[in-house]
Design a protein around this ligand. Structure first.
Ligand code: NOJ
Length: 559
């Protein structure tokens, strides 16, 4: 039994659009808002409830829109505010809500706040950002930015340094300053009043910094680790409760905080059931699990693959420990995480479809709000990188420069092998719509090359094949809408000693849903249905043999 409050965002499935790579309507090689509007019927057909749009605001695109220069304007590449309004109205008309990306840990250095802030130590905007004195020409501390190199940039004119946890074109906002916070809240109200339905909050666990700015532990590349002084920082929950009071509580919103480094105990605050902060968070434990098997060569860059038992232990723990206290988000993929069928599944042609469906079942039958990243519903795969020239992401370009060219820590071949595994560009290749040139994404030159496998893996092919990954996702989503047990049932792990099968039960009002997924390419014994066969709910084979799960079989029943 559960006494969970019933809310729409618990009953929804979210689809993430990375606008740059989704659909280009005007042939400039870059996806845009009209391209999204054109494809809304496709998303309605899939059955999704909510679209999360990665940033569409005005931006010089140092980090593909995660560097915003005007929160109240649309990026020229993507269209106009009228295009946005039309997209929003069309989505609403088709019964889908729209969640925007709130990037408020930092802005672009081209944002007027920063231009003002930089103009003089006396500027009223000086304190909107984090400025500190250096020491004998050295930065204020040894922190390394996420995108390589020092996390501080020197400003000669005012002889101070500003903090940028990401690129030097992404200066961190100073959340200690109440005026900064009010300016952000004001901007959020503006969008909420426009009728958007929620926020995905970029690196929200990093907005409150330890004001002593201590040096971090030094890593092999000579820089210090900022994590302990920034992640889940001293005032983060205070700030979020304030934001909730000031903005969120006045609207009916879905809010999800991107919370790298969040622990279960922290998540119980961020996503508390009393609604005092956010609806839910994205935790990173499962997607980071691969990073240590074997250890990466440098930073996050390795070729590891987490074992199923390790992933299972992590997600089962999140399922059980948040029960009744906080709400889970469920995701394998997003615009920062490699394609799931390549990363945790089996993308060989023989198994790709089966494996993609199994992974989807395993995640979508859990308790929480599932997120589908564009192309995941087609079983899209990672790409192969044969040269740095194929990369577009600032994270890849910077680590290449630092670890390959400058410090000679890894060879080009080693680095490219790591890119094949974890580069963000794996998920940023254009959406594969059909088998026409450039996968039907653009009639021009795509800003990033399409994955060469688009002739076989594309939406048109999926829509023509009743047995495709697309229709399987459609069924999973429809089941969530029709079976309250999938939304509200409690979670109970099964067969935790198995090396091959990830199984669990969901229970609600005397009903039991049984889910079992074979994570291997071999048949595996599975005794779960020996006593009671149950009623079939979904599976990725036409037939199920008692006592056995076929390679990558997923099987779900209810009784
Ligand atoms: C997290 C976003 O998901 C990522 O794409 C971005 O580069 C950083 N935050 C900086 O905004």
């Amino acid at each position: 039994m559960t006494n969970e409050t019933h809310v729409w965002w618990k009953e929804s499935v979210i689809y993430q659009i990375y606008p740059r790579s989704f659909a280009d309507s005007d042939g400039d090689g870059i996806g845009d808002l009209n391209g999204i509007t054109d494809h809304l019927p496709y998303l309605a057909k899939l059955g999704i409830d909510v679209i999360w749009l990665s940033p569409v605001y005005q931006s010089p695109n140092d980090d593909n829109g995660y560097d915003i220069s005007d929160y109240r304007a649309i990026m020229e590449d993507f269209g106009t505010m009228e295009d946005f309004d039309r997209m929003l109205a069309t989505a609403h008309r088709l019964g889908m809500r729209v969640v925007m990306d709130l990037v408020a840990n930092h802005t672009s250095d081209e944002h007027v706040w920063f231009v003002e802030s930089r103009s003089s130590r006396k500027s009223p905007y000086r304190d909107f950002y984090i400025w500190r004195d250096g020491h004998d020409g050295e930065p204020p501390n040894n922190w390394e930015s996420v995108f390589s190199g020092p996390a501080w940039e020197y400003d000669e004119a005012s002889d101070q340094w500003y903090l940028h946890l990401f690129s030097r074109k992404q200066p961190d906002l100073n959340w200690e300053n109440p005026q900064t916070r009010e300016a952000i809240y004001d901007m959020m109200r503006w969008w909420c009043d426009k009728g958007i339905d929620g926020w995905r909050m970029d690196v929200i666990s990093m907005i409150s910094k330890d004001q002593r700015f201590p040096d971090g532990q030094v890593g092999p590349d000579g820089y210090g680790d900022f994590f302990p002084y920034v992640v889940n920082g001293p005032r983060v929950h205070e700030f979020l409760r304030e934001m909730n009071q000031e903005v969120l509580s006045h609207y009916d919103l879905l809010t999800v905080g991107e919370a790298g480094g969040v622990t279960i105990d922290e998540a119980k605050h961020y996503a508390a059931a009393d609604g005092s902060e956010l609806s839910m968070v994205f935790q990173f434990e499962h997607v980071d699990a691969s990073l240590n098997e074997p250890a990466p060569l440098v930073g996050k860059w390795g070729t590891g693959k987490a074992s199923m038992p390790k992933l299972r232990a992590i997600l089962n723990k999140w399922q059980m420990e948040l029960e009744g206290k906080a709400w889970n988000s469920l995701y394998w993929n997003n615009h920062d995480q490699p394609r799931v069928v390549s990363r945790f599944g089996d993308d060989r042609p023989k198994w790709r479809v089966r494996s993609a469906k199994m992974l989807a079942t395993c995640l979508h039958m859990m308790k929480g709000t599932p997120y589908v990243y564009q192309g995941e519903e087609l079983g899209m795969t990672n790409r192969h990188f044969s040269s740095i020239d194929e990369c577009r992401d600032i994270e890849e370009l910077n680590i290449w420069h630092q670890a390959v060219e400058e410090l000679h820590m890894v060879t080009p071949e080693q680095m490219l092998a790591c890119f094949d595994h974890v580069a963000r560009d794996n998920v940023r290749t254009p959406m594969q719509w059909d088998a026409s040139p450039n996968a039907g994404f653009t009639t021009g030159n795509p800003w990033i090359a399409v994955n060469p496998n688009y002739a076989e893996i594309n939406a048109a092919a999926c829509l023509a094949d009743p047995d495709s990954v697309f229709y399987y996702y459609q069924r999973l989503i429809a089941l969530r809408h029709s079976m309250p047990i999938i939304v509200y049932g409690t979670f109970h792990p099964l067969m935790e000693e198995s090396e091959a099968i990830w199984a669990y039960e969901r229970r609600l009002d005397g009903q039991t849903l049984t889910v079992a997924c074979n994570w291997t390419d071999q048949p595996q014994p599975c005794p779960l249905w020996d006593d009671e066969p149950g009623t079939f709910v979904i599976g990725n084979y036409d037939t199920h043999e008692p006592g056995i799960l076929k390679p990558y079989e997923a099987y779900v029943t209810v009784r």
